[in-house]
Every structure is written in C-alpha cells, then in structure tokens.
Design a protein. Sequence first.
Length: 307
Amino acid sequence: MFEAAIKSISWEQGIISALILIAAFIAAQVINRILGKLFSDAGRILKVKSENYRFFRHMVSAGIYFMAIILVFYMVPSLRALSVTLFAGAGIFAAIIGFASQQAFSNIVAGIFIVMFKPFRVGDYVHVGSLYKGYVSDITLRHTVLHTFENSDIIIPNSTVSSDTVINFSYNDDRVCRFVEIQISFSSDLDKALMILQEECQNHPLCIDGRTPAEKAGGEPKVPVRVTAIGPYGVHLKAWAWAATVENSWYLGFDLNRNLKLRFDREGIVIPYPHQTLHFIGPDTPVSSATSGAVYQQGGRINEPGE
C-alpha cells in the first residue's frame, strides 16, 4: 500500500513535498538557534546551565518536522488514505504514551515555569515545604537538586517544587536576621540581663549592622533587645542580630547560646526551668498552718509549681 502511494506521486507533488521538508529543516535550525541564544542568556542571569534545556529545543524541532510531514501527507492525495490508517494507530499509541508519561510531562512543564518565574536560582539556600532544605545545585527540566550540609543531594521533582511552598533565603538579600531568645528568672536583674544580651550579640564578630539609614539616624541600636513575654517560670528576652549569610547566622546562634550561658553564670543571672515543690502533710498538721493558695489533703501530698 505504501509503495503504491509513492509511485502515484507526480513530479510536481514531489517538488512541493521536498520544498516543504526543506523549509521545515531551515525553520527548525533557525528556531533552535534562537532558543539556544535565549536559554544561554537566561542561564547566565539565573546561573543555570543552558544544556539543561536541550531537550526542550529538541521537542520544538520535532514538532516542526511533525507538522511538515502532516502537511506533505495533506498535499499529496495518494497519501491521504494511507495517513488515515497511520494516524489512527499513532493516535492510540500517543494516548498510551501520554497517559504513562503524564507525570514526566508535568515535571517538564513545572521546570519551564521555574525558569520563567525564577523563584530561586542555582546557589540560593531554600526550604521546599517542611522536609527539604539545602542549596540549589542544579535545575533541570525534570527535577531540582538541593545540596545539604550533610554533603548529600536531594533530588526533588519539579512538580513537587511548584506545588509546595518555597522559602528562599537568598532571593534579594543574603543577610539573615537571627532571633536570639532566652529566659531569665523573676528574681534576676532584668536590665542587667538585657544589657548582657545586647553586648554579647554586638561584640560577636559575625554580627553585622543591619540597620537602615533612617534607623541609624534615629539612634536605633545595632542589636535591639526586648522583653517579649512574661511566662509562668520566667521573663522571655529576645534580640535581633543580623548575619551576612545563612551559615553565619547559624554559627552566630550557636556561639551566643554558649556565651550567654557562661556570662549569665558569672553575672548571677538565673536561667529558670520548670519544677515542682512537694509538701508532705502529716495527719496532725493543722489546716491553718498551710501556705496561702495551696490545697491540702490530710495524710497526703500536694504539688505546687515554683521557680
């Protein structure tokens, strides 16, 4: 059937078919070069390898050739009947392939959206959802790779990245504000504890000045400290210390935890912890001798929270 259809093609139809195929080849080459230039420019800006999108360029070229072949079959009457049979089988096959690879195509589309909308770049430190944390080391059409501090790589499908919340710590500014929170007892000197907290933060070599020009002109301190809450066991203090990068903010927090504990011990500032006081009451103890606010039971014990 195919040989008979070929033999019935006139020379005019053959020339037209050849011109269509040549035009398709030229169009594919031109569009491939344009896309390569666009992806190369975008790769330099986003720090993404342009080779990662070679598959997309090949898909565009294949689409052009496919459209050219359809046009050739349409232009040659003897091939139309053959095309009906071929495309019917191809349609069923394409439906099977499309159903089996819908997740792969979803990842490809999500990868294109990531490149277009730029929620992160290679080198950014991100959190994807509540499970994945690390530096973006690679972005492909199928997946995004995060490099963790444990020297392992997390390979996340792009569809998962697009459907989840992404926290980018490096999107516009690499600086990080580190919250330093600590609790002191009610009996400790509050003003002294605030002064110590501020001094330890400001004197740390990794602490930078994160104030705006307006805040500097207004006399705002380099590290603000505040009383954030009065808890059941003590007073909650908080400092806002800035670091240049995410890594520096971690080391800053680790060092301050140690330095504040040692400094508070030297200065007599007590860090409280929850505990209970047990009162043992004998059968002959009069109720009038009980401490105010306590509930007593003859011959038993009571629990009472304290510092």
